[in-house]
Design a protein around this ligand. Structure first.
Ligand SMILES: *[C@@H]1O[C@H](CO)[C@@H](O)[C@H](O)[C@H]1NC(C)=O
Ligand SMILES: *[C@@H]1O[C@H](CO)[C@@H](O)[C@H](O)[C@H]1NC(C)=O
Ligand SMILES: *[C@@H]1O[C@H](CO)[C@@H](O)[C@H](O)[C@H]1NC(C)=O
Length: 196
């Protein structure tokens, strides 16, 4: 039973930038945190996998020219069903958040590393230096074969069929007994009527 239950509510990032010449200015800057989550319980070849990105600006300035890039899902291994691997926002106000959703479908089964997405932004109106942040990596997940996944769920259907087959004698035999005794009774009743 090798399937992966993903409660991948992994958080975080942030690249603490170190060119803090002016500390006061830094406190005023935007600072973005990115959470990358997989919303599905099962990761299966050929089935949709929904990836949700939440970007929080925990700073005190708007973040400008925000660009989220996720190169984790190359066309060789994944197909984008909806959404893109790049999303942009001109501005994310301080103390607020934005969300991006992408739906990808794995082309091949096997182990796969879900790695971090990257966000770049200008941390204030005055800033000229682009800041870079990363979502945390979710790590290795096992992409199930579609066949195995279907078998696992189909097996419940088979359980029901077996149950019905095994339960059948206890339903059918009393019925046969009842219907044969009933027809005997009906015959008796008919012959009784004739003799009257
Ligand atoms: C995956 O998602 C896309 C777009 O939402 C949809 O058109 C497609 O039917 C889905 N595929 C499956 C296998 O659910
Ligand atoms: C994200 O923003 C929405 C409104 O845009 C707000 O309702 C929600 O509380 C925010 N979430 C967090 C964790 O800040
Ligand atoms: C995933 O990443 C870890 C650490 O970087 C590495 O040890 C492992 O081999 C990788 N797995 C795959 C399937 O690429």
């Amino acid at each position: 039973m090798k399937f992966v239950i993903l409660l991948l509510s992994v958080f975080l990032i942030n690249y603490v930038h170190s060119d803090a010449v002016n500390t006061n200015e830094d406190l005023e800057d935007a600072r973005l945190l990115v959470a990358k989550n997989v919303l599905n319980n099962y990761v299966v070849e050929g089935l949709n996998l929904t990836i949700k990105y939440n970007i929080y600006n925990i700073g005190n300035s708007p973040a400008l020219n925000v660009k989220l890039v996720d190169e984790n899902f190359p066309a060789e291994y994944f197909e984008y069903a909806t959404g893109f691997n790049v999303a942009q926002w001109a501005r994310i106000p301080p103390q607020s958040n934005v969300t991006h959703i992408a739906v990808v479908s794995p082309k091949l089964p096997g182990l796969f590393n879900i790695t971090s997405a990257t966000v770049t932004y200008l941390p204030s109106e005055k800033a000229t230096k682009v800041q870079t942040g990363y979502s945390s990596e979710l790590g290795e997940v096992y992409i199930q074969r579609l066949r195995d996944y279907n078998r696992r769920f189909a097996s419940h259907t088979i359980d029901w069929i077996l149950f019905v087959v095994m339960a059948a004698p206890s339903i059918v035999i009393p019925y046969l007994l009842w219907s044969s005794s009933n027809s005997k009774y009906e015959k008796l009743e008919k012959s009784g009527k004739k003799s009257n």
